[in-house]
Design a protein around this ligand. Structure first.
Ligand SMILES: *Cc1c(COP(=O)(O)O)cnc(C)c1O
Length: 373
């Protein structure tokens, strides 16, 4: 029997491990020179826009909402198919989440449904780039401009993705990334926020650390309520090592995704009833390779049978509006039918940079066996 193939696994090279040891010995392990260097490199990659790092890709979005002044009485439109963090941050700042159903092909928020969900109380949109695939960015920003809305891009999965040749994050409004362990590049846990100007960046620094501003030798002032969200130099050292590999990682994921399409072939969808992702080799970073299963098999059954064949299957994501916390706010079954169907049957096949083509082939053979009987 082949060894267990997980759906995701980080690859940290020996050079990165050595530099983490160096940081640990340096006498400075919390936010310091490594964080500054990581922010500088990220900013250069994002076309010189200001970037601040944090200890998660969740607090980045919460802080962006706070900087935008969004709170009680404001509505924020987002997708039901995301990690629950995307909607939780809206509740966290006291605002009201409004969901718009997803597109059945891209599984991303449907921008025409965003437009119909806009009310006089709408203040922002949080689009999610599921599996790293951006939405139509031109259309998104046209809608935002027409209705004077802020955009907080949940680009947690989209580092290395592009739009018309430009990196996601190098244009637009607030853009939030996660460096959680499963993402294309990781700091173990962490995230960064791309901002628009020095003023927003200064505010982000305050929200990141108890609202504190320092000056001179002993000057200290607190004028906003901040939290404790700073990234450590240990995490930033991992990030620097990973960031140096971004292009290699993205290319490897493209190669693996292509191999999934070639191995499954043109005659996969019709006989099995399963739905492949859009074959996007221009914009997406292939963070995930997701299949929507046919209704005749339950996801739990599929996952169990793949596990028997020593293959790990991921599940991204349960529809947020059907969680108890959200049902208590009035959301219920039937409100977002496409998200509910996709959320019931979507699975993520193994996809990570250290995989090879035979892992892809083994996964395809196993999946076809499970789907055929
Ligand atoms: C990973 C992820 C987040 C949360 O990031 P953390 O760093 O785990 O806080 C939010 N949204 C999406 C779409 C994600 O994939």
């Amino acid at each position: 029997m082949n060894e267990f193939l997980p759906f995701s696994r980080p690859s940290i090279d020996e050079a990165t491990i050595a530099s983490v040891a160096e940081t640990l010995r340096s006498g400075w392990i919390t936010s310091g020179p490594k964080v500054q260097e990581f922010e500088k490199q990220l900013s250069a990659y994002f076309g010189g826009r200001p970037v601040r790092t944090f200890n998660s890709g969740t607090c980045t979005m919460e802080i962006a909402l706070r900087i935008a002044g969004i709170g009680h009485g404001d509505e924020v439109i987002t997708t039901p198919i995301s990690w629950v963090a995307t909607a939780n941050v809206i509740l966290e700042v006291g605002a009201t989440p409004v969901f718009a159903d997803v597109d059945p092909v891209t599984r991303n928020i449907d921008l025409s449904k965003v437009e119909t969900a806009i009310t006089p109380r709408t203040k922002a949109i949080i689009p999610v780039y599921l599996a790293g695939k951006p939405v139509d960015m031109d259309r998104l920003y046209k809608i935002a401009a027409r209705h004077k809305l802020r955009v907080i891009e949940d680009a947690a999965q989209a580092i290395g993705s592009t739009w018309q040749g430009k990196p996601i994050g190098s244009f637009g409004d607030f853009v939030s990334f996660s460096f959680q362990a499963n993402k294309n590049i990781t700091t173990s846990e962490g995230g960064c926020l791309v901002l628009n100007n020095a003023e927003e960046a200064a505010l982000a620094e305050k929200y990141r650390l108890q609202g504190v501003t320092r000056s001179g030798y002993d000057g200290i002032e607190v004028d906003v309520l901040g939290g404790k969200f700073n990234m450590t130099d240990i995490a930033a050292t991992i990030g620097l090592g990973q960031f140096a590999q971004l292009n290699v990682i993205t290319e490897q994921r493209h190669k693996l995704a292509r191999h999934y399409f070639t191995t499954l072939g043109k005659d996969f969808e019709a006989p099995t009833g399963a739905q492949l992702p859009p074959a996007d080799f221009e914009n997406t970073n292939w963070h995930l390779f997701q299949i929507v299963l046919p209704e005749r098999i339950t996801r739990a059954d599929f996952m169990a049978r793949m596990k028997d064949k020593n293959i790990g299957i991921g599940y991204h994501y349960a529809p947020i509006h059907l969680f108890k916390l959200y049902r208590a706010l009035g959301f219920k079954e039937g409100m977002f039918p496409i998200a509910e169907r996709v959320g019931r049957q979507i699975i993520s096949l193994p996809m990570f940079a250290a995989m090879n083509e035979s892992d892809v082939e083994r996964t395809c053979v196993a999946m076809c066996e499970v789907l055929k009987n």
